[in-house]
Design a protein around this ligand. Structure first.
Ligand SMILES: *Cc1c(COP(=O)(O)O)cnc(C)c1O
Length: 428
Protein backbone atom coordinates (compact mmCIF):
# COMPACT_ATOMS: atom_id res chain seq x y z
CA UNK A 1 0.00 0.00 0.00
CA UNK A 2 1.13 3.49 -0.81
CA UNK A 3 1.66 5.89 2.10
CA UNK A 4 2.12 2.92 4.48
CA UNK A 5 5.14 4.22 6.35
CA UNK A 6 3.81 7.77 6.28
CA UNK A 7 0.61 6.55 7.92
CA UNK A 8 2.54 4.70 10.62
CA UNK A 9 4.81 7.70 11.25
CA UNK A 10 1.80 10.00 11.41
CA UNK A 11 0.13 7.77 13.99
CA UNK A 12 3.26 7.89 16.14
CA UNK A 13 3.69 11.63 15.68
CA UNK A 14 0.14 12.34 16.81
CA UNK A 15 0.88 10.86 20.23
CA UNK A 16 3.57 13.39 21.01
CA UNK A 17 3.01 16.35 18.67
CA UNK A 18 -0.38 18.10 18.52
CA UNK A 19 -2.02 16.97 15.28
CA UNK A 20 1.21 15.20 14.39
CA UNK A 21 2.67 18.31 12.78
CA UNK A 22 4.74 21.30 13.86
CA UNK A 23 2.82 23.69 11.63
CA UNK A 24 -0.90 23.24 10.88
CA UNK A 25 -0.54 23.82 7.12
CA UNK A 26 1.27 20.49 6.89
CA UNK A 27 -1.75 18.54 8.08
CA UNK A 28 -4.21 17.30 5.49
CA UNK A 29 -7.22 18.65 7.38
CA UNK A 30 -8.60 20.57 4.41
CA UNK A 31 -8.22 17.68 1.96
CA UNK A 32 -8.51 14.57 4.13
CA UNK A 33 -6.07 11.69 4.35
CA UNK A 34 -2.64 11.33 5.88
CA UNK A 35 0.21 13.77 5.36
CA UNK A 36 3.14 12.22 3.56
CA UNK A 37 6.40 12.18 5.49
CA UNK A 38 9.42 13.34 3.54
CA UNK A 39 12.54 11.23 3.58
CA UNK A 40 14.68 13.32 1.31
CA UNK A 41 14.60 15.73 -1.58
CA UNK A 42 16.69 16.62 -4.57
CA UNK A 43 16.17 19.33 -7.17
CA UNK A 44 12.51 19.45 -8.13
CA UNK A 45 11.61 16.20 -6.36
CA UNK A 46 10.75 14.96 -2.93
CA UNK A 47 10.85 11.31 -1.93
CA UNK A 48 8.53 10.15 0.80
CA UNK A 49 9.15 7.52 3.48
CA UNK A 50 7.50 4.93 1.25
CA UNK A 51 10.07 5.74 -1.46
CA UNK A 52 7.54 7.36 -3.76
CA UNK A 53 8.87 10.32 -5.73
CA UNK A 54 6.92 13.52 -6.39
CA UNK A 55 7.38 16.52 -8.63
CA UNK A 56 6.76 19.22 -6.12
CA UNK A 57 5.24 22.68 -6.10
CA UNK A 58 5.49 23.93 -2.53
CA UNK A 59 9.26 24.05 -2.15
CA UNK A 60 9.10 24.44 1.61
CA UNK A 61 6.36 27.07 1.03
CA UNK A 62 8.73 29.19 -0.99
CA UNK A 63 12.36 29.08 0.14
CA UNK A 64 13.68 26.42 -2.24
CA UNK A 65 13.47 28.63 -5.32
CA UNK A 66 16.47 26.89 -6.87
CA UNK A 67 15.27 23.42 -5.90
CA UNK A 68 16.32 21.13 -3.07
CA UNK A 69 19.90 20.42 -2.03
CA UNK A 70 21.21 23.17 -4.27
CA UNK A 71 24.94 22.57 -4.09
CA UNK A 72 26.32 26.05 -3.27
CA UNK A 73 23.83 26.37 -0.41
CA UNK A 74 24.52 22.90 1.03
CA UNK A 75 28.29 23.38 0.75
CA UNK A 76 28.11 26.73 2.54
CA UNK A 77 26.12 25.25 5.42
CA UNK A 78 28.34 22.18 5.81
CA UNK A 79 31.53 24.29 5.80
CA UNK A 80 30.11 26.68 8.37
CA UNK A 81 28.85 23.92 10.65
CA UNK A 82 32.38 22.61 11.10
CA UNK A 83 33.43 25.95 12.58
CA UNK A 84 30.76 26.13 15.26
CA UNK A 85 26.99 26.50 15.06
CA UNK A 86 26.19 29.43 17.36
CA UNK A 87 28.09 31.99 19.40
CA UNK A 88 25.79 34.76 20.51
CA UNK A 89 28.51 37.14 19.33
CA UNK A 90 28.82 39.08 16.08
CA UNK A 91 30.23 37.33 13.01
CA UNK A 92 31.50 38.74 9.69
CA UNK A 93 28.98 36.82 7.60
CA UNK A 94 26.08 38.81 9.12
CA UNK A 95 27.46 42.01 7.60
CA UNK A 96 28.14 40.24 4.30
CA UNK A 97 24.55 39.09 3.85
CA UNK A 98 23.23 42.45 5.11
CA UNK A 99 25.32 44.32 2.53
CA UNK A 100 24.18 42.03 -0.23
CA UNK A 101 20.49 42.26 0.74
CA UNK A 102 20.69 46.06 0.97
CA UNK A 103 22.28 46.18 -2.48
CA UNK A 104 19.59 43.99 -4.03
CA UNK A 105 16.47 45.56 -2.50
CA UNK A 106 15.38 49.14 -3.32
CA UNK A 107 14.80 51.77 -0.61
CA UNK A 108 16.51 50.07 2.30
CA UNK A 109 19.71 51.12 4.09
CA UNK A 110 19.70 48.72 7.01
CA UNK A 111 18.39 45.27 7.79
CA UNK A 112 17.95 43.27 11.00
CA UNK A 113 17.94 39.47 10.87
CA UNK A 114 15.55 37.35 12.92
CA UNK A 115 14.55 33.67 12.84
CA UNK A 116 11.22 33.61 11.01
CA UNK A 117 8.78 35.60 8.92
CA UNK A 118 6.52 35.83 11.96
CA UNK A 119 9.24 37.54 13.96
CA UNK A 120 10.04 39.86 11.06
CA UNK A 121 6.43 41.05 10.73
CA UNK A 122 5.76 41.48 14.43
CA UNK A 123 9.02 43.40 14.86
CA UNK A 124 8.26 45.58 11.83
CA UNK A 125 4.93 46.60 13.34
CA UNK A 126 6.52 47.31 16.72
CA UNK A 127 9.08 49.49 14.96
CA UNK A 128 6.35 51.30 13.01
CA UNK A 129 4.45 51.97 16.23
CA UNK A 130 7.57 53.07 18.08
CA UNK A 131 8.58 55.35 15.23
CA UNK A 132 5.20 56.99 14.66
CA UNK A 133 4.01 56.96 18.27
CA UNK A 134 0.66 55.57 17.07
CA UNK A 135 -1.01 52.28 18.01
CA UNK A 136 -3.28 51.04 15.25
CA UNK A 137 -2.52 49.14 12.09
CA UNK A 138 -4.47 48.23 9.01
CA UNK A 139 -4.21 44.69 7.71
CA UNK A 140 -6.12 43.01 4.91
CA UNK A 141 -8.47 40.04 5.17
CA UNK A 142 -6.73 36.99 3.73
CA UNK A 143 -3.20 38.35 4.16
CA UNK A 144 -1.00 36.26 6.47
CA UNK A 145 1.79 37.86 8.42
CA UNK A 146 2.75 35.03 10.73
CA UNK A 147 1.08 33.86 13.90
CA UNK A 148 1.76 36.67 16.34
CA UNK A 149 -1.35 37.85 18.22
CA UNK A 150 -2.03 41.13 16.47
CA UNK A 151 -2.24 39.46 13.03
CA UNK A 152 -4.73 36.73 13.91
CA UNK A 153 -7.72 38.92 13.33
CA UNK A 154 -10.72 38.21 11.11
CA UNK A 155 -13.31 40.61 9.72
CA UNK A 156 -16.69 40.85 11.39
CA UNK A 157 -19.38 40.99 8.70
CA UNK A 158 -18.32 43.97 6.69
CA UNK A 159 -16.90 45.58 9.81
CA UNK A 160 -14.55 48.39 9.01
CA UNK A 161 -13.88 49.32 12.61
CA UNK A 162 -12.56 46.86 15.17
CA UNK A 163 -11.55 43.36 14.18
CA UNK A 164 -12.34 40.43 16.41
CA UNK A 165 -9.78 37.73 17.19
CA UNK A 166 -10.03 34.54 15.16
CA UNK A 167 -8.01 32.47 17.57
CA UNK A 168 -8.65 31.85 21.26
CA UNK A 169 -5.77 33.31 23.21
CA UNK A 170 -5.77 36.59 21.31
CA UNK A 171 -7.24 39.24 23.60
CA UNK A 172 -9.81 41.86 22.66
CA UNK A 173 -7.25 44.39 23.84
CA UNK A 174 -4.85 43.27 21.14
CA UNK A 175 -7.52 42.85 18.49
CA UNK A 176 -8.85 46.38 18.87
CA UNK A 177 -5.70 47.90 17.37
CA UNK A 178 -5.89 45.79 14.21
CA UNK A 179 -8.20 47.32 11.62
CA UNK A 180 -9.32 45.03 8.85
CA UNK A 181 -9.60 46.04 5.21
CA UNK A 182 -10.52 44.34 1.94
CA UNK A 183 -7.62 43.53 -0.37
CA UNK A 184 -7.58 45.48 -3.63
CA UNK A 185 -10.19 47.93 -2.27
CA UNK A 186 -8.68 51.37 -1.89
CA UNK A 187 -12.00 53.02 -0.99
CA UNK A 188 -12.34 50.69 1.95
CA UNK A 189 -8.88 51.68 3.18
CA UNK A 190 -9.75 55.38 2.82
CA UNK A 191 -12.87 54.92 4.96
CA UNK A 192 -10.90 53.16 7.69
CA UNK A 193 -8.28 55.89 7.73
CA UNK A 194 -10.96 58.58 7.98
CA UNK A 195 -12.57 56.81 10.91
CA UNK A 196 -9.23 56.51 12.70
CA UNK A 197 -7.56 59.76 11.69
CA UNK A 198 -4.23 60.31 13.42
CA UNK A 199 -4.23 56.91 15.14
CA UNK A 200 -2.76 54.58 12.51
CA UNK A 201 0.92 53.66 12.65
CA UNK A 202 1.10 51.47 9.59
CA UNK A 203 -0.61 49.60 6.79
CA UNK A 204 0.83 46.10 6.39
CA UNK A 205 0.14 43.90 3.40
CA UNK A 206 1.41 41.21 1.12
CA UNK A 207 2.00 43.46 -1.91
CA UNK A 208 1.27 40.39 -4.01
CA UNK A 209 -0.91 38.16 -1.86
CA UNK A 210 0.06 34.51 -1.63
CA UNK A 211 -1.89 33.22 1.33
CA UNK A 212 -5.39 33.22 -0.20
CA UNK A 213 -4.19 31.78 -3.45
CA UNK A 214 -2.03 34.04 -5.55
CA UNK A 215 -3.65 37.46 -5.82
CA UNK A 216 -1.73 40.25 -7.52
CA UNK A 217 -2.64 43.84 -6.64
CA UNK A 218 -5.05 45.48 -9.13
CA UNK A 219 -3.72 48.44 -11.10
CA UNK A 220 -3.23 51.45 -8.87
CA UNK A 221 -3.77 49.62 -5.56
CA UNK A 222 -0.19 49.77 -4.29
CA UNK A 223 0.31 53.29 -5.65
CA UNK A 224 -2.92 54.35 -3.98
CA UNK A 225 -1.82 52.93 -0.63
CA UNK A 226 1.52 54.73 -0.96
CA UNK A 227 -0.29 58.04 -1.60
CA UNK A 228 -2.67 57.51 1.34
CA UNK A 229 0.25 56.72 3.65
CA UNK A 230 2.11 59.86 2.55
CA UNK A 231 -0.98 62.00 3.01
CA UNK A 232 -1.75 60.70 6.51
CA UNK A 233 1.70 60.10 8.01
CA UNK A 234 1.27 56.31 7.97
CA UNK A 235 4.11 53.87 7.31
CA UNK A 236 3.63 51.38 4.48
CA UNK A 237 4.91 47.93 5.41
CA UNK A 238 5.40 45.39 2.62
CA UNK A 239 5.38 41.85 3.91
CA UNK A 240 7.62 40.32 1.26
CA UNK A 241 8.25 37.11 3.20
CA UNK A 242 6.87 35.21 0.22
CA UNK A 243 7.63 37.58 -2.65
CA UNK A 244 11.03 38.89 -1.59
CA UNK A 245 13.88 37.51 -3.73
CA UNK A 246 11.23 35.44 -5.56
CA UNK A 247 9.31 37.77 -7.87
CA UNK A 248 12.44 39.83 -8.56
CA UNK A 249 15.80 40.50 -6.96
CA UNK A 250 14.28 43.52 -5.27
CA UNK A 251 10.85 41.94 -4.74
CA UNK A 252 7.56 43.71 -5.35
CA UNK A 253 9.06 47.15 -4.72
CA UNK A 254 11.21 46.61 -7.79
CA UNK A 255 8.56 44.84 -9.83
CA UNK A 256 5.84 47.49 -9.34
CA UNK A 257 8.07 50.48 -8.68
CA UNK A 258 6.31 51.30 -5.41
CA UNK A 259 8.29 52.26 -2.32
CA UNK A 260 7.61 50.68 1.05
CA UNK A 261 8.77 52.19 4.34
CA UNK A 262 9.53 48.87 5.99
CA UNK A 263 9.99 45.53 4.23
CA UNK A 264 9.74 42.07 5.84
CA UNK A 265 11.55 39.01 4.56
CA UNK A 266 11.61 35.29 5.26
CA UNK A 267 11.56 32.08 3.22
CA UNK A 268 13.99 32.60 0.27
CA UNK A 269 16.28 34.88 2.30
CA UNK A 270 17.18 31.89 4.50
CA UNK A 271 17.87 29.45 1.68
CA UNK A 272 15.90 26.78 3.59
CA UNK A 273 17.16 27.57 7.08
CA UNK A 274 15.13 29.52 9.66
CA UNK A 275 15.67 33.18 8.76
CA UNK A 276 13.54 36.28 8.68
CA UNK A 277 14.52 39.92 8.38
CA UNK A 278 13.06 43.40 8.35
CA UNK A 279 14.58 46.39 6.68
CA UNK A 280 14.07 50.10 6.17
CA UNK A 281 15.88 53.37 5.70
CA UNK A 282 18.43 54.41 8.29
CA UNK A 283 16.22 57.03 9.91
CA UNK A 284 13.61 54.42 10.82
CA UNK A 285 16.00 51.56 11.65
CA UNK A 286 17.87 53.86 14.05
CA UNK A 287 14.90 53.58 16.40
CA UNK A 288 15.80 49.94 17.07
CA UNK A 289 17.78 48.85 20.14
CA UNK A 290 20.67 49.27 20.80
CA UNK A 291 20.61 52.52 18.75
CA UNK A 292 17.10 53.49 19.81
CA UNK A 293 14.34 52.64 22.26
CA UNK A 294 12.35 50.03 20.26
CA UNK A 295 13.40 46.68 21.69
CA UNK A 296 13.98 43.61 19.56
CA UNK A 297 16.43 40.75 20.14
CA UNK A 298 17.23 37.07 19.47
CA UNK A 299 19.64 34.49 20.88
CA UNK A 300 19.94 32.72 17.54
CA UNK A 301 19.37 35.73 15.28
CA UNK A 302 22.04 35.94 12.59
CA UNK A 303 22.96 32.33 13.31
CA UNK A 304 26.03 31.37 11.26
CA UNK A 305 24.46 28.32 9.58
CA UNK A 306 21.35 30.27 8.67
CA UNK A 307 23.41 33.20 7.38
CA UNK A 308 25.60 30.86 5.34
CA UNK A 309 22.56 29.33 3.64
CA UNK A 310 20.96 32.73 3.10
CA UNK A 311 24.11 34.32 1.75
CA UNK A 312 24.76 31.45 -0.66
CA UNK A 313 21.17 31.68 -1.88
CA UNK A 314 21.21 35.47 -2.36
CA UNK A 315 24.58 35.30 -4.12
CA UNK A 316 23.16 32.77 -6.56
CA UNK A 317 20.11 34.93 -7.25
CA UNK A 318 22.19 38.08 -7.52
CA UNK A 319 24.58 36.56 -10.04
CA UNK A 320 21.93 34.80 -12.07
CA UNK A 321 19.35 37.38 -12.99
CA UNK A 322 18.05 35.01 -15.65
CA UNK A 323 16.62 32.77 -12.90
CA UNK A 324 13.65 35.11 -12.54
CA UNK A 325 12.97 35.12 -16.28
CA UNK A 326 13.38 31.37 -16.48
CA UNK A 327 10.94 30.85 -13.59
CA UNK A 328 8.45 33.23 -15.12
CA UNK A 329 8.57 31.35 -18.43
CA UNK A 330 8.13 27.97 -16.77
CA UNK A 331 5.19 29.25 -14.74
CA UNK A 332 3.56 30.76 -17.83
CA UNK A 333 4.03 27.43 -19.63
CA UNK A 334 2.39 25.57 -16.77
CA UNK A 335 -0.44 28.12 -16.69
CA UNK A 336 -1.13 27.67 -20.40
CA UNK A 337 -1.07 23.89 -20.10
CA UNK A 338 -3.42 23.77 -17.12
CA UNK A 339 -5.77 26.27 -18.73
CA UNK A 340 -5.98 24.13 -21.83
CA UNK A 341 -6.70 20.81 -20.14
CA UNK A 342 -9.18 22.20 -17.60
CA UNK A 343 -11.05 24.06 -20.31
CA UNK A 344 -11.13 20.96 -22.52
CA UNK A 345 -12.60 18.96 -19.64
CA UNK A 346 -15.21 21.65 -19.00
CA UNK A 347 -14.01 22.35 -15.46
CA UNK A 348 -14.99 25.77 -14.10
CA UNK A 349 -11.81 27.45 -12.96
CA UNK A 350 -9.70 30.56 -12.50
CA UNK A 351 -5.93 30.66 -12.67
CA UNK A 352 -3.95 33.48 -11.07
CA UNK A 353 -0.27 33.90 -11.76
CA UNK A 354 2.61 36.28 -11.34
CA UNK A 355 6.30 35.41 -11.69
CA UNK A 356 6.81 31.96 -10.18
CA UNK A 357 3.60 32.01 -8.13
CA UNK A 358 0.42 30.45 -9.47
CA UNK A 359 -2.89 29.24 -8.06
CA UNK A 360 -5.80 27.30 -9.49
CA UNK A 361 -9.28 28.10 -8.15
CA UNK A 362 -12.43 26.11 -8.89
CA UNK A 363 -14.84 28.99 -9.20
CA UNK A 364 -16.53 31.12 -11.81
CA UNK A 365 -15.64 34.70 -10.86
CA UNK A 366 -12.17 36.25 -10.88
CA UNK A 367 -10.31 35.83 -7.59
CA UNK A 368 -9.21 39.25 -6.37
CA UNK A 369 -9.64 39.14 -2.60
CA UNK A 370 -10.39 36.82 0.29
CA UNK A 371 -14.15 36.67 -0.31
CA UNK A 372 -13.76 35.69 -3.97
CA UNK A 373 -11.03 33.17 -3.11
CA UNK A 374 -13.29 31.58 -0.49
CA UNK A 375 -15.91 30.83 -3.18
CA UNK A 376 -13.73 28.08 -4.65
CA UNK A 377 -15.29 24.60 -4.71
CA UNK A 378 -13.47 22.65 -2.00
CA UNK A 379 -14.82 19.25 -3.09
CA UNK A 380 -13.27 19.75 -6.50
CA UNK A 381 -10.06 20.86 -4.88
CA UNK A 382 -9.90 17.75 -2.68
CA UNK A 383 -10.31 15.46 -5.69
CA UNK A 384 -7.78 17.52 -7.61
CA UNK A 385 -5.25 17.36 -4.77
CA UNK A 386 -5.54 13.60 -4.18
CA UNK A 387 -5.64 12.84 -7.90
CA UNK A 388 -2.36 14.68 -8.31
CA UNK A 389 -0.81 13.21 -5.17
CA UNK A 390 -1.55 9.68 -6.41
CA UNK A 391 0.11 10.56 -9.72
CA UNK A 392 3.25 11.82 -8.01
CA UNK A 393 2.57 15.55 -8.12
CA UNK A 394 2.70 17.39 -4.80
CA UNK A 395 0.82 20.68 -4.42
CA UNK A 396 -0.11 22.38 -1.15
CA UNK A 397 -2.94 20.57 0.69
CA UNK A 398 -5.22 23.61 0.73
CA UNK A 399 -7.22 25.53 -1.86
CA UNK A 400 -5.97 28.78 -0.33
CA UNK A 401 -2.33 28.18 -1.09
CA UNK A 402 -0.17 29.34 -3.92
CA UNK A 403 2.07 26.94 -5.83
CA UNK A 404 5.73 27.97 -5.75
CA UNK A 405 7.86 26.87 -8.64
CA UNK A 406 11.55 26.13 -8.35
CA UNK A 407 13.97 26.61 -11.20
CA UNK A 408 14.96 22.96 -10.80
CA UNK A 409 11.72 21.99 -12.57
CA UNK A 410 12.29 20.89 -16.14
CA UNK A 411 9.83 21.30 -18.99
CA UNK A 412 9.45 17.53 -18.89
CA UNK A 413 8.33 17.83 -15.25
CA UNK A 414 5.85 20.52 -16.28
CA UNK A 415 4.51 18.35 -19.11
CA UNK A 416 4.08 15.42 -16.70
CA UNK A 417 2.19 17.75 -14.35
CA UNK A 418 -0.11 18.99 -17.10
CA UNK A 419 -0.68 15.39 -18.24
CA UNK A 420 -1.64 14.40 -14.67
CA UNK A 421 -4.01 17.37 -14.45
CA UNK A 422 -5.60 16.33 -17.74
CA UNK A 423 -6.32 12.90 -16.28
CA UNK A 424 -7.58 14.26 -12.96
CA UNK A 425 -9.77 16.87 -14.70
CA UNK A 426 -11.91 14.08 -16.12
CA UNK A 427 -12.84 13.02 -12.60
CA UNK A 428 -13.77 16.49 -11.32
C1 LIG B 1 5.16 32.46 5.58
C2 LIG B 1 4.76 33.86 5.77
C3 LIG B 1 4.93 34.53 6.99
C4 LIG B 1 5.40 33.83 8.23
O1 LIG B 1 6.69 33.36 8.13
P1 LIG B 1 7.16 32.16 9.12
O2 LIG B 1 8.59 31.99 8.77
O3 LIG B 1 6.30 30.99 8.80
O4 LIG B 1 6.96 32.65 10.50
C5 LIG B 1 4.64 35.87 7.04
N1 LIG B 1 4.19 36.53 5.96
C6 LIG B 1 4.00 35.92 4.78
C7 LIG B 1 3.52 36.72 3.61
C8 LIG B 1 4.25 34.56 4.64
O5 LIG B 1 4.01 33.97 3.48
Amino acid sequence: MEYKRSSALFAEAQKVIPGGVNSPVRAFKAVGGTPIFVKEAKGAYIIDEDDKQYIEYINSWGPMILGHTHKPVIDAVVDKAKKGTSFGMPTAIETQIAELAVSMVPNIDMIRFVNSGTEACMSAVRLARGYTGKDKMIKFAGCYHGHSDAFLIQAGSGAVTFGSPNSPGVTQGTAKDTLLARYNDLENVKEIIQQNEGEIACIILEPVAGNMGCIPPVAGFLEGLRALCDEHGILLVFDEVMTGFRLAKGGVQELFGVKADIVCFGKVIGGGLPVGAFASRKEIMSHLAPLGPVYQAGTLSGNPLAMAAGLAMLEELNQKDEVFTSLQKKTAYLHEGIEKVLTAAGVTHQINRIGSMISVHFCEAPVTDFASSAKGNNDSFKKFFHGLLDRGIYIAPSAFETWFLSDALSYEDLDKTIQAIEEVAKEL
